[in-house]
Design a binder for this molecule. Structure first.
Ligand code: NI
Length: 136
């Protein structure tokens, strides 16, 4: 029997989507308002799911305090109130789209978690725009 447990988290961050070799006009055409040269912010909402089996001794799939601490260390502390393009090394040469941010978060969390768990990262950039990444 397997089930999935979730922990929600939140961070605010600024970004700009652009390609340096493109003109501002072309960037605006492709990336819209997210290409604003002076950056802008989003309120990112994160849902981290772990699928596995329950430990019969504790009744836990994972101690949620442990998952909370890992998310804080790997996501909230490095990303919250940061300019992703400028201050987060993973995005020095990677466009901080919601897709790429979800993959970066997945890879950071994956290396901290027991490989026996299936990991699901759901990341909302706005209440209506979000991605789900499961490592496939
Ligand atoms: Ni944006």
């Amino acid at each position: 029997m397997s089930l999935t447990i979730y922990r929600k988290a939140h961070f605010n961050a600024a970004h700009r989507l652009y390609r340096e070799e493109w003109s501002d006009d072309r960037n605006l055409e492709v990336f819209g308002k997210c290409s604003n040269p002076n950056f802008h912010g989003h309120n990112y909402e994160l849902e981290v799911g772990l699928t596995g089996t329950i430990d019969p001794e504790t009744g836990y799939l994972i101690d949620l305090k442990l998952l909370k601490d890992i998310i804080r260390e790997e996501v909230e502390e490095p990303f919250d109130h940061k300019n992703l393009n400028v201050e987060v090394p993973e995005f020095a040469n990677l466009n901080p789209t919601v897709e790429n941010i979800a993959i970066v978060i997945y890879n950071k969390l994956r290396q901290r978690l027991d490989p026996g768990f299936k990991l699901t990262v759901k990341l909302y950039e706005t209440p209506r725009n979000f991605v789900v990444y499961t490592g496939d």
